[in-house]
Design a protein around this ligand. Structure first.
Ligand code: GAL
Length: 662
């Protein structure tokens, strides 16, 4: 887990504050706009901007010749204006002179096609040539600016892996082999783990091993899983390479990089990456759909837990529309503030946007910013300035971590990667969706939960939910056994406990790793076709998956399918229990099942009955955030505390009230 470092103060005696700002791209604008920018930033309450993210081509216009003039000037202007700089290392996108001179740094997709320049992030994570040039720039940036008082943190690259995580080039092949040698030691061990007796895949030399490039049919599943692990690790290693130079030259400036804990972005195992940064930063964009707000809360929650309960930095989100969905909707009144404060509720101590001034040109000109095309005389800018005021009032929260909940949802990248691979009982399974459904159900019930990595300490939790915990290595199995025999209550879903870390099935009946704990045995999976449903005796309806469950021990059956066979089971283990849900119930179907399990675990809602489902409650020490999940006003009755933001009596539509409880 990350250590508890936070931003370096840029003024003597600086008091605690929540940071507010954006990516700032002054190089896209004529010089005269900069003064206006700083004036408007001050009006909006901006405290920090991320600078130079995509500036490599402007900072090093030709090989080895740096042009610092514009960056020198804007850093001075910002500093004079009291605005701190989260300085990017500027390596996110290589300049045309570099890709022209060294086209061998360009990534290659699984079909062998080159990813050409013209967009951004066209570099191979494992290219030694790219690394040499990029690290040269990092060193030059650190030497020139690392001791400038305006620099509050380093921002490594940008969204590492956003477009280039899966590279199938020869560089990737070489690095993959090195990674595999380290993991397995011998070819025999690799052959065993990959099950290469199958389809004549036995390797007799490391040089024969390739990334899972376009193949005649399903590539080896363990090779695919290891390639996912490797690709995440390769970028981590790159992150560490930049970080180490920054730490060497400027040990007092903390280093971060913006993660993408959001939506279906799954290629980077951020629970592991968190070890490599001084504080965690995240970018989050809401996707449309019924669970959009739940997903925002889920991601903020997971980010806070990945950060180990320490403050984290919301590096990017949007004031209004984005530009990269099929149809890009502007935010409704109240949403700008609600979205930002939901992140704060889950431990963010900085609220930043992409970007400060909406671009006139380029692919992101229709992406909202803090200062829109319409200028400061606009609803967006007024909401931005209002949020700046709110964050000033909430300054005392700085450093107050999230208060742990009594329920945990396990979130595990290995299981995400492995459960969604090809050649499975169904290709319709969605790992993140199942986890989100349980989170949504908890929100409906008004019960706080923590979304935690599988390695987290579970001992403080009364109930642990394990949605599609597909990969269960021996150690995790022992931890879950110990959790339940220590009095904990566990609930696992379909397709959990099926394979070990090599993606090998546990034999003797599913769900092998959890079979004894759950007291059930399954001989065959029974996934459902699209549109097929499985009504349960408790009135809920399953989709996607069912199992033919035999109860082997003392487990009780909580609900059955139409044919009377078990659908949901629960085995009491001392004062603890282990329950199993064999189908996809969705949030509405999960809620009653969870309600019973929570009751048995002795966990109730912290919200008065009338507010459950309508609001989300999140707690940071003595501060309670109450977020209106509806578009209607909500009367706040039965809550204690003095309102430090919003009203203690009435929650506006999409509004947030922050209460200080003695
Ligand atoms: C992020 C990226 C930003 C900007 C933003 C638009 O992925 O880091 O540079 O492109 O998305 O939503």
């Amino acid at each position: 887990m990350t250590t508890a470092r936070w931003l370096r103060p840029t003024r003597p005696g600086q008091s605690p504050r929540l940071e507010y700002g954006a990516d700032y791209n002054p190089e896209q604008w004529p010089r005269e706009v900069w003064d206006e920018d700083i004036r408007a930033m001050r009006e909006a309450g901006v405290t920090v901007v991320s600078l130079a993210i995509f500036s490599w081509a402007r900072l090093e216009p030709t090989e080895g010749r740096y042009d610092w003039s514009w960056l020198d000037e804007i850093i001075e202007l910002l500093h004079a204006g009291g605005i701190a700089v989260d300085l990017a290392t500027a390596t996110a996108s290589p300049p045309p002179w570099l890709t022209t001179k060294h086209p061998e740094i360009l990534p290659v997709d699984r079909e062998g096609r080159t990813i050409w320049p013209g967009g951004r992030q066209q570099w191979r994570p494992t290219s030694p040539i790219f690394r040499r040039y990029a690290l040269g720039l990092v060193r030059a940036m650190a030497e020139r600016y690392g001791h400038h008082p305006a620099v509050t943190a380093w921002h490594v690259s940008n969204e590492l892996g956003c477009h280039n995580v899966y590279d199938f080039s020869d560089d990737a092949a070489a690095a993959f082999r090195t990674w595999l040698e380290k993991r397995y030691g011998t070819l025999d061990a690799l052959n065993e783990a990959w099950g290469t007796s199958f389809w004549s895949q036995h390797y007799s030399d490391w040089a024969q091993i390739l990334p899972p490039r376009l193949a005649a049919t399903h590539p080896n599943p363990t090779q695919q899983l290891d390639f996912k692990r490797f690709s995440s690790d390769a970028l981590r290693e790159y992150l560490r390479a930049e970080r180490d130079i920054l730490h060497e030259i400027t040990p007092d400036v903390p280093v971060t990089t913006n993660f993408m804990v959001m939506g279906e972005t799954k290629a980077m195992d951020y629970a592991a990456w968190a070890e490599d940064v001084d504080f965690v930063s995240n970018d989050h964009y809401r996707l449309p759909g019924e669970q959009t707000l739940d997903e925002l809360s889920f991601s903020a929650n997971l980010t806070g837990n990945i950060a180990g309960g320490n403050p984290w930095f919301l590096m990017e989100h949007s004031t209004s529309a984005v530009n990269w969905q099929p149809v890009n909707l502007a935010k409704l009144p109240g949403e700008l503030s609600r979205d930002a404060l939901t992140h704060v509720a889950h431990g963010a101590d900085a609220v930043c946007y992409f970007q400060w001034r909406q671009s006139r040109a380029g692919a992101e000109k229709y992406h909202s910013g803090m200062l829109p095309h319409a200028g400061t005389d606009s609803a967006v800018f007024r909401s931005v300035a209002e949020l700046g005021e709110t964050l000033k009032r909430l300054a005392p929260l700085q450093g107050t971590g999230r208060t742990p909940a009594r329920v945990a949802i396990l979130f595990d990248w290995d299981s995400w990667w492995a459960s969604e691979q090809d050649s499975h009982p169904t290709d319709r399974l969605r790992y993140k969706q199942e986890a989100l459904d349980w989170y949504s159900a908890l929100l409906k019930l008004g019960v706080r939960a923590d979304v935690v990595p599988a390695a987290a300490d579970l001992s403080g939790y009364g109930l642990v939910v394990a949605p599609i915990l597909h990969v269960v290595p021996q150690q995790l199995r022992e931890r879950l056994d110990a959790y339940v025999s220590g009095g904990g209550h566990l609930v696992a879903t379909y397709f959990s406990g099926i394979v070990d870390q090599d993606d090998h099935v546990y034999l003797g009946g599913y769900p092998g790793a959890l079979r004894d704990l759950l007291g059930i045995r399954i001989e065959e999976f029974a996934p459902l076709l699209d549109g097929e449903t499985a009504p349960l005796s408790n009135g809920t309806v399953g989709t996607l998956w069912t199992d033919k469950i035999q109860v082997t021990g003392d487990a009780e059956v909580l609900a059955t399918y139409k044919d009377g066979e078990p659908a949901i089971t629960r085995r009491a283990v001392g004062t603890g229990s282990a329950a199993y849900v064999s189908t996809r119930l969705g949030p509405d179907g999960i809620a009653p099942v969870l309600g019973d399990l929570l009751e048995q675990a002795g966990i109730g809602s912290e919200l008065p009955a009338g507010l459950r489902g309508k609001v989300e409650l999140a707690v940071r020490g003595e501060y309670a955030f109450v977020v209106n999940r509806t578009a209607e006003p909500v009367e706040l009755t039965g809550l204690e505390g003095e309102a430090v933001h919003g009203s203690a009596e009435l929650l506006e539509p999409r509004g947030v009230t922050v209460l200080r409880r003695a």
